[in-house]
Design a protein around this ligand. Structure first.
Ligand code: SF4
Ligand code: SF4
Length: 329
């Protein structure tokens, strides 16, 4: 469904300037922006995907991945088509790079009613890139909050400051992809700028009531050097050593055919990160994904696949030594 966009300017000669994400596309009449889902029609910018849901499922919260937000819960997860990036290794390219992929329209109230009927803790905006679905996501967020549900974002973090600020009023948790610490990688492989992603992460980290977790998809030969992991770790630690960090294995997809990430690579990188970060998890490889107390080492959350059991933890504290644990829910 088409709806007038938020965050844009009308320019000369019926052009529009979209201000939703740092691409800040200037869009001529009849054309779409880089994301493929925001179109200028006679000088008015529209989102083409209001309510257009390409994927919907009840998922374990751990699948997002979020390990420190309502562990063991299930969340209604929805996604759409299009993306502000062009990751050459995209694991969801069938929807992210194909605005023509079939969708079904659902009103925000329908999404909330469905979430409630399924006993979901909230709504997760995920699968491709939710921030380019902004107008709809904001409306679902408002309806979800009114119904007492949580709002969770799994995102590439490419958004301008003002729209992010509005979204943060309704957000409960984010998992942001930090795909690399190299501007060159972001420019050549992804089609964006690292500095804007870092700004988004910094801004979210200033909101203590919002759970922030970060994920890096580790691609051999591209972002798996010790030096780069030292830089990423230093950046995250400068915000907080409590931020949970996921190192996920890549598998060949889209334009990338190189072999998948060896477990040993992830383990080597984890050795670097745990010098400064308290909670580091390996994803997509079946490794130990339990949460341990950073102070006394007691197991706190045991995970087997997507089955989760909380042990030795009450009211955000380790029952054995009393250390505070950054877990919401
Ligand atoms: S949201 Fe889409 S149209 Fe708007 S600036 Fe970003 S890529 Fe361009
Ligand atoms: S940001 Fe995510 S959805 Fe978008 S192209 Fe990259 S991997 Fe795919």
């Amino acid at each position: 469904m088409k709806k007038e966009a938020l965050f844009y300017e009308k320019l000369d000669k019926q052009k529009t300037g979209c201000r939703l994400c740092p691409h800040n596309c200037t869009i001529s009449d009849g054309k779409v922006g880089i994301c493929g889902v925001r179109k200028n029609t006679a000088g008015t910018l529209h989102t083409l995907i209001y309510g257009e849901v390409s994927s919907m499922a009840m998922d374990p919260i751990e699948k997002k991945p979020l390990y420190h937000f309502y562990p063991g819960s299930s969340i209604l997860s929805i996604g759409t088509v299009g993306c502000s990036f062009r990751c050459r290794f995209c694991q969801n390219c069938n929807i992210s790079q194909n605005p023509e992929y079939p969708t079904q329209n659902h009103t925000p109230d329908e999404i909330v009613e469905y979430a409630l009927s399924k006993g979901s803790i909230g709504v997760a905006y995920t699968y491709s890139e939710p921030l380019i679905w902004y107008e709809y996501v904001l409306d679902v967020c408002k309806a979800a909050k009114q119904a007492g549900l949580k709002n969770v974002f799994v995102t590439n973090g490419y958004i301008n400051k003002d729209p992010l600020s509005d979204l943060l009023q309704f957000a409960d948790a984010f998992n942001v992809d930090l795909k690399s610490f190299s501007e060159d990688f972001y420019r050549r492989i992804i089609g964006g700028k690292l500095k804007h992603v870092l700004e988004t992460i910094e801004e979210i980290s200033r909101h203590p009531a919002v759970m922030l977790e970060l994920t890096t998809l580790v691609i051999p030969g591209y972002n798996d050097s010790d030096e780069e992991m030292e830089e990423i770790t230093g950046f995250i630690a400068s915000l907080s050593g409590d931020i949970p960090y996921h190192l996920s294995a890549y598998y060949p997809m889209h334009h990338f055919t190189a072999p998948s990430t060896p477990v040993k690579t992830l383990e080597r990188l984890k050795e670097i990160t745990i010098k400064k970060l308290k909670y580091v998890y390996l994803g997509n490889v079946g490794a130990d994904s339990n949460t341990y107390c950073h102070s006394c080492g007691s197991p706190l959350i045991e995970r087997r696949g997507y089955s989760t059991e909380i042990q030795n933890m009450e009211n955000g504290k380790c029952c054995k030594c009393g250390a505070g644990i950054p877990v919401i829910g």
